[in-house]
Design a protein around this ligand. Structure first.
Ligand code: EPU
Length: 289
């Protein structure tokens, strides 16, 4: 398409960009390669009043079957980079896949990221939602984050922004780079811890199936998975979607599930917990309609 500052394609299928492998197309789609290109496309979208949606690794995302009337932006390979700087910080571009970030940390003898083993997605997505366990988020290691919006780029240092459980604190801005302060360690020991963390996760989560991780946030002090399990939803089905028998907060795409199947099943799960416990669960999953 002409008159955008960088190439924009039409009707980009989004299902292949998600780990659920579900959903329709984006009306418009672009992959900026630099902070300047990102700011320029965001400005162009703002000038045209076009809705913008942020695509990361697609591992926490459900796209509606009808697709989205929006410009979907995914950071290009120019943001897939890593380096250890002169202060010993591991600098990761936002499009760096988390598994690659873990390999780089191990290679440089830097410990801390091991609990993020076997988690898909990108560094930018993980930072935007402060991915991790309820007690430790990936931003707990962040010394700096670089943020971009239509007005340009800024770098914030620790203490200059706030974040919380499943909230990276970037608001509407894009995280394009994160600098992590990790602890020096022996690469072999780091590798062993990474393998152990992945094995533990494999026991309690359906990692080999198509899912988007946990569907609901944990209510304060509780596990949504446990509440759902107690409410009896494991193995419930709707169309091609099912609640995992391993972890009750995971929906898996078993047989060509549609987004409507998954959303319907999520409603049933929420209702079951409301009835059993009187608690209203909120989506952790990002849903694009
Ligand atoms: N539990 C059950 N039944 C289930 C699931 C869990 O009884 O079906 C129990 C477990 O036995 C355990 C407790 O609930 O005693 C907590 O379970 P788990 O360790 O799996 O942690 P979680 O609170 O359910 C959170 C994150 C996960 C993350 C794990 C491990 C949220 C919503 N989920 O789950 O993140 O992997 O901790 O760190 O915060 C994700 O974000 O997509 C995700 C999967």
């Amino acid at each position: 398409m002409s008159d955008w500052p960088i190439p924009v394609t039409e009707n980009e299928p989004l299902a292949p960009h998600t780990t659920f492998r579900v959903g329709g197309a984006a009306r418009l789609y672009a992959e900026p390669e630099t902070d300047d290109e990102l700011a320029a496309i965001l400005r162009a979208a703002r000038d045209r009043s076009v809705r913008v949606l942020r695509l990361g690794g697609g591992s926490n995302l459900l796209v509606a079957d009808e697709g989205v009337d929006a410009l979907v932006i995914r950071l290009g390979n120019g943001f897939n980079r890593e380096a250890v700087d002169e202060d010993g910080l591991l600098r990761l571009g936002a499009a760096t896949p988390l598994p690659k970030a873990l390999r780089e940390a191990e290679h440089h003898g830097l410990s801390g990221l091991e609990p993020w083993a076997a988690i898909p997605g990108t560094m930018g997505g993980a930072a935007a939602m402060n991915a991790g366990s309820p007690s430790l988020g990936i931003l707990d290691f962040a010394e700096e984050i670089r943020l971009v919006d239509a007005d340009g780029a800024t770098t914030l240092r620790r203490g200059e922004w706030t974040y919380g459980y499943r909230d990276g604190g970037a608001g509407g801005r894009w995280v394009t780079e994160v600098a992590l302060r990790l602890t020096p360690g022996d690469p072999a020991a780091i590798r062993e811890q990474t393998i152990n963390a992945a094995m533990e996760k494999r026991v309690s989560q359906p990692l080999s199936e198509r899912s988007a991780g946990c569907v609901f946030r944990n209510p304060p002090g509780q596990s949504a998975g446990r509440l759902l399990d107690q409410a009896g939803v494991k193995n419930a089905r709707r169309g091609g979607a099912a609640v995992s028998g391993k972890h009750a907060n995971f929906i898996v795409n078993r047989e060509d599930a549609t987004a409507a199947d998954i959303l319907g099943l999520a409603d049933e799960m929420r209702e079951a917990v409301r009835r059993a416990h009187g608690i209203e669960l909120a989506f952790e999953l990002t849903v694009w309609k």
